[in-house]
Write a protein that binds this ligand. Structure first.
Ligand code: 13P
Ligand code: SF4
Length: 351
């Protein structure tokens, strides 16, 4: 990275001292991650944000929904900054509040809403988390989806899972013993979700039709291809991958789990990793004694995660030094209150 920008980021952080705490998601660029006080998956970063009451400013190097969650979990006097406001998440954008309210109305009309618990993946807007909190549900991340679903099925018989169909299906089928027929796919662009009343009444798991475009690039062919090319390779993927990919993989887990698994792997072992490229490249560099490769031949970065680059980070930090809070992320108090209920429920899950 540009030595001038590195020096400026270092100086700005030093000038701010304990007033600033920089959180970095594992998909961030190397040039940014070097300035993170803590790195983590979505769950760890949410906990870290909640555990820093003394930091006046939380600079979130990640995407919009993560910064919103940090704002919800921190106190009113703390301010959360996202260095580039265009760092969104296409999956989170696939569930808009009016669409989810429509879906809920469909369940109300069928007489099943009172037995349905909404569960939303962290990768959703604060509005959606607020909706889930209002209706007795819970937030989950890729590292606690099973525990969140187990909790939800103690509260009701049916789950409406937002917005990642793959995390929902993979957790229900591969970790909880559901059949594929227990799950239905609700398409928000079709009347009634494109499902019959019987399908909605019978389903135990109503999956929202959302997905991650980055993880959606991995296919069963990617897995078969790497197994052919590299005999003995271990296939390690994120649960946002399609069902057939996760089913064919050896191990599945969050970004933090992926890192810990590679760290614990014996020297000489081979790993094909199905997740965002910044993370896979860093893992390969950090473990030259292991053979670490990207699961697919094509390269895939998360373009929105990549929007946070060193120039944006330097700008955000220097604004704070100058006494200005640029790109502050705020959630309105009513939404934040209900979203916090659903986030706190997640943080209280056992284990
Ligand atoms: P993790 O919680 O595993 O870090 O995943 C977050 C994310 O956005 C993956 O696409
Ligand atoms: Fe969203 Fe996928 Fe990027 Fe994660 S990797 S932030 S789910 S688009």
């Amino acid at each position: 990275s540009d030595p001038d920008l590195v020096a400026r980021a270092t100086a700005a952080k030093a000038a701010l001292g304990d007033k600033v705490f920089v959180l970095g998601h594992h998909y961030q660029r190397d040039e940014v991650i070097q300035f993170a006080d803590v790195t983590g998956d979505s769950f760890k970063l949410a906990r870290e944000a909640a555990a820093r009451p003394d930091a006046e400013y939380i600079v979130f190097c990640g995407v919009h929904f993560m910064a919103e969650s940090a704002d919800i979990l921190t106190s009113d006097t703390q301010r959360v900054v996202l260095p580039d406001l265009a760092a969104g998440c296409s999956m989170a954008d696939m569930a808009a509040l009016p669409q989810v309210e429509n879906a809920w109305d469909v369940l109300v009309d069928l007489g099943v809403a009172d037995r349905t618990v909404p569960v939303t993946y962290m990768n959703s807007s604060a509005d959606i988390k607020g909706f889930v909190g209002r209706h007795g549900g819970v937030v989950c991340t890729s590292s606690n989806a099973k525990r969140a679903l187990e909790w939800a099925y103690q509260q009701g018989e049916k789950v409406l899972f937002l917005p990642d169909q793959h995390l929902g299906r993979n957790t229900a089928v591969l970790e909880m013993g559901f059949s594929l027929d227990d799950c239905v796919l609700y398409d928000p662009h079709k009347p009634g979700g494109g499902l019959t009343p019987e399908q909605l009444r019978d389903a135990r798991m109503i999956l929202w039709r959302g997905h991650c475009s980055v993880h959606g690039r991995f296919t069963l062919d990617s897995v078969n291809d790497v197994r052919e090319r590299v005999p003995g390779v271990n296939v390690l993927v994120h649960p946002e991958c399609r069902h057939e990919v996760v089913n064919a993989a050896d191990l599945v887990g969050s970004t933090e789990y992926i890192i810990k698994t590679i760290e614990a792997a014996p020297a000489g072992s081979a790993w094909a990793v199905g997740t965002e490229l910044n993370l896979v490249r860093r893992l390969a560099l950090a473990h030259p004694d292991k053979q670490i490769m990207f699961l697919d031949r094509a390269v895939c970065y998360c373009s929105t995660m990549n929007r946070i680059d060193l120039p944006h980070l330097v700008w955000a930090l220097e604004e704070l030094v100058a006494g200005r809070v640029a790109n502050q992320i705020t959630v309105d108090p009513d939404t934040a209150h209900h979203a916090r209920v659903a986030l706190d429920q997640m943080l209280a899950l056992p284990g």
